[in-house]
Design a protein around this ligand. Structure first.
Ligand code: GUN
Ligand code: ZN
Length: 428
């Protein structure tokens, strides 16, 4: 494959804007990204790169903005078909919409169809990597990893484990959760761009024994990830306290089972105690902020200040979240920040959706920023994709003012190109 040179505006990530401010990014108005063998080979001034690499195939994106592809740190691909279901809070929403839908995934044909549809949807929104829950059915995991591999995408996923408080047909056992997770992990972990995540759904749907068995599995395979939910709604937290009276708090139900450590990704984390916040940071675990879900299901307001001390990624939480778009998700993070009295800078929002999520998933050596050596997962944004956005962006004085209207009002129409490992994204 010949080298590929993308020309356009570029934003290079140099640090963490939560700690260093917007200077953590370097903006180049007429920049270039040289791609060789699926990875970024060089970055810099576009004309300069063109002169030095005349043999490269060149795609000129003009004034469009070249960014790392978005990384969605927490989704449930099986909930694609029930996104935007009306009128319920978390536990009722699970019982009414989610569990009946997840039962359909006992059919591998359903799983394969939804996995492909889901990944094509997210690619069209500029998302090049996801961390997804599957269902209790091992075939649902095979379906997603196969669909991701056929699109060349990095994908974190795992079999969702539940041995109680779920309907017939949607429960496993302590032993089958361990055995099925182990078999899937052996099949998929580090196969191509696949990463296995041990996935207890959350403490209410796992017995102590199941959590402990999955903790043991993680201890045996510590380079896997572990994903679950934590402190999303107050009713859920009260239920966990009833189910686990011995636990110091919700996090302790996982900690006691060996499910807290580097590589743990906790979804939501809205109503954390001081102990939980401190332990997550100390253990170098990660949080996935899911703002459209948190407003849609009525969960509460995440504290973005957590990003100063812990790994925090951004996530749609499809289908509790109400959008497949990481732009819309950044907008919701901004709005939730405002409701808490903190206006997130566009640099912080873009960072969360790229490097923040990559760090949450421990993929920062591979993806999440434009940097030589990283995989060329790239999204190109049109910063004037609708008349409403264009008339605002034209008045911008700097790149942040130019990009913020697209963050707040943009959607898949703003996504003008997507590259996965250096190739234009193609439906599977
Ligand atoms: N908590 C446990 N399962 C789920 C789920 O599927 N979605 C959300 N938003 N929260 C959960
Ligand atoms: Zn979730």
């Amino acid at each position: 494959m010949p080298d590929l040179l993308l020309l356009g505006q570029t934003l290079e990530t140099r640090g963490n804007p939560f700690l260093e401010g917007p200077d953590a990014f370097r903006h180049t108005e007429h920049g270039g990204v040289l791609i060789r063998d699926g990875r970024i080979a060089a970055l810099g001034d576009g004309a300069d790169l063109r002169a030095r690499h005349p043999e490269a195939e060149t795609v000129d994106h003009g004034a469009r903005l070249i960014l790392p592809g978005f990384v969605d740190a927490h989704v449930h691909y099986p909930q694609t078909g029930i996104i935007a279901s009306w009128g319920k809070r978390l536990i009722d929403w699970l019982n009414t919409y989610t569990f009946p839908e997840e039962m359909r995934f006992s059919d591998p044909g359903v799983a394969a169809e939804v996995a492909g549809r889901y990944l094509d949807l997210v690619l069209s929104h500029g998302t090049t990597a996801v961390a997804s829950y599957c269902t209790i059915h091992p075939g649902s995991v095979d379906a997603l990893f196969e669909a991701a591999a056929s699109r060349g995408m990095a994908c974190v996923a795992g079999k969702t484990c539940m041995d109680r408080n779920a309907p017939d047909g949607l429960r496993d056992t302590v032993q089958s959760a361990y055995d099925d997770s182990l078999a899937l992990l052996r099949r998929w972990h580090l196969a191509g761009r696949a990463i296995y995540a041990i996935t207890p759904r959350f403490s209410p749907t796992s017995s102590r024994e199941q959590l402990a068995a999955l903790g043991a599995l993680w201890a045996e395979h510590p380079d896997c990830l572990m994903q679950t939910h934590l402190a999303e709604q107050k009713e859920e937290i009260a239920w966990v306290a009833e189910l686990y009276p011995e636990a110091r708090d919700y996090l302790d139900t996982y900690e006691a089972a060996g499910l807290l450590g580097p590589g743990a990704v906790f979804g939501h984390c809205i109503h954390l105690t001081a102990r939980e916040r401190a332990r997550i940071a100390e253990a170098d675990a990660a949080l996935a902020h899911c703002p459209t879900s948190n407003s849609f299901i009525g969960s509460g307001l995440f504290d973005l200040e957590l990003a100063k001390g812990a790994r925090v990624g951004l996530a749609t939480d499809t289908g509790g979240g109400s959008s497949f778009s990481m732009l819309r998700t950044m907008a919701a993070a901004y709005e939730i920040g405002q409701l808490r009295g903190r206006a997130a800078h566009p640099a912080e929002l873009l960072w969360l959706a790229t490097e923040g999520s990559a760090r949450a998933l421990r993929l920062e050596a591979e993806i999440g920023r434009l940097e030589a050596g990283r995989v060329a997962d790239i999204v190109v944004l049109d910063l004037a994709s609708t008349p409403a956005i264009a008339q605002r962006a034209v008045r911008a004085d700097d790149i942040w003012e130019a990009v913020f209207p697209t963050i707040m009002m943009g959607d898949d129409r703003a996504v003008s190109a997507v590259y996965v490992a250096g190739r234009p994204a193609q439906p599977g």
